[in-house]
Design a protein around this ligand. Structure first.
Ligand code: HEM
Length: 405
């Protein structure tokens, strides 16, 4: 009797599982079909600025300042996002010698040209936590000796061009309006409403929820083993583009990262330290660009859409090499903390495009100005000659030995 009941129960559970799998596959198929029909070119090659975007931006800045005040480390104000650095390192960027002519634009105009650079690796969270926590990982590059007028009027004569990326190809919202409503819901602790704002199914954002979940991923073995994406689009001379960096081990001596204890809070910093400062082995990346083909579904105003590689492949335009070095010093960590990276540290040829980038223009500047003022630190773009020891020691030291929350 008991055996028969058990067999019946087993059959029922099996059928239920089968039904769920079938429903899942059907849902997947319908979604695939829907997006194949809905996501078709041609798309605009120009920005389309929605009404009310500027007002929403002001609200987001106010919320960002509240966040940095909430998460301050004792008295020191950190970044609103990517607060925890694994380290800032010096790097050399060289434009490909054999770069095709159609890709010779902006900072990549001259094949063989070299730039010194600073690179900051980070976790995405608004406050420092253990590296083993699921999170986005950032890579921000600051090229030096870049000639030409810069886009931010307050820094028009700076000699820098920044590339600001994290390790996912997609962002979890499409535009500024969605960023504002999602952010506001999350700030009130309403995580479900952030993606399902009303009972109307047309407002439900399943796909964006999935992107959000994918973004909060386990850590890479080392900051040097991840790929990093611009996600948002940029000008590339006469073209529109996205960019990314990918590890380029073929440009560097062979190196196998020793197994590190990932339970230690700052193991990603340790991974960088092990490779560059103990084993004295360089790290290499390729900087790659993907041009927009407006006949395909490669929109400028939606950062939740991946530009498919089969529609337009990424092409290497430059190489970035991080030579062995001793980067983990109090002076360099403080220097790193006081740097500001923004996609708007840019020449016109690489102008940031799309709503999320327009939003970033105001927010990055406001948060950077605020945290430098509150930290009593000078806010100035470095030149190639700026050294970590010269003139930028604010009154407080950043705590680089975060123990997590
Ligand atoms: C395409 C999407 C985005 C990417 C790839 C990205 C990436 C990054 C990275 C890597 C950093 C750290 C830079 C550093 O090392 O100093 C950063 C900082 C920051 N991000 Fe983003 N981010 C994106 C979107 C946004 C959005 C939509 C906002 C808010 C509106 C935002 C606000 C900030 C702020 C305030 C900072 C700190 C700026 C500072 O104080 O210097 N980000 N972001």
């Amino acid at each position: 009797m008991l055996k028969r009941l058990f067999t019946k129960l087993l059959r029922f559970v099996f059928k239920l599982l089968l039904l769920l799998v079938a429903l899942g596959l059907l849902g997947w198929g319908v979604a695939e079909l829907y997006y194949r029909i809905a996501w078709q070119g041609p798309v605009s090659t120009e920005e389309e600025i929605p009404v009310g975007e500027a007002a929403m931006t002001q609200k987001i800045i106010a919320d960002a300042i509240t966040i940095v005040e909430t998460h301050k480390d004792n008295t020191r104000i950190m970044r609103d996002a990517h607060a925890k650095a694994h380290g800032c390192v010096r790097a050399d960027v060289s434009v490909r010698e054999d770069l095709p002519e159609n890709l010779q634009h902006g900072v990549f105009a001259k094949p063989g040209q070299q730039y010194p650079a600073w690179v900051r690796f980070s976790n995405g969270n608004a406050y420092p936590q253990f590296d083993s926590m699921r999170d986005a990982r950032g890579m921000a590059i600051k090229l030096m000796n870049v000639e030409g007028k810069k886009l931010l009027p307050s820094e028009a004569d700076a000699q820098t061009q920044d590339l600001v990326m994290f390790n996912q190809p997609l962002f979890f919202v499409s535009d500024v309006a969605e960023y504002q409503s999602n952010f506001a819901a999350q700030a009130e602790g309403k995580k479900v409403q952030a993606f399902f704002p009303s009972w109307d199914p047309r407002t439900w954002q399943f796909r964006h929820l999935l992107i959000g979940l994918q973004t909060l991923a386990p850590p890479p073995e080392s900051p040097f083993s991840a790929q990093y994406f611009s996600i948002a689009p940029f000008k590339y001379g006469p073209h529109n583009s996205k960019y990314r960096t990918v590890p380029a081990p073929e440009q560097c001596p062979d190196y196998a990262q020793p197994t590190l204890n990932q339970n230690l809070p700052n193991f990603l910093r340790s991974a960088m330290y092990q490779q560059l400062s103990v084993d004295r082995v360089p790290a290499c990346f390729a900087i790659q660009v993907q041009l927009q083909d407006a006949e395909k579904y490669m929109p400028l105003e939606d950062t939740s859409i991946e530009w498919r590689e089969e529609d337009s492949p990424f092409v290497t335009v430059a190489h970035l090499k991080i030579e062995p070095q001793d980067f983990d010093t109090p002076e360099q960590n403080l220097f790193c903390d006081n740097l500001s990276f923004t996609p708007w540290h840019s020449i016109e040829e690489h102008r940031p495009l799309g709503g999320i980038n327009r939003l970033r223009r105001a927010v990055y500047e406001a948060v950077s100005v605020y945290r430098h003022e509150r930290n009593g630190a000078p806010r100035q773009e470095p030149t190639a000659d700026t050294q970590p020891l010269t003139g930028d020691l604010g009154p407080q030291q950043p705590d680089t030995n975060e123990q997590g929350e």
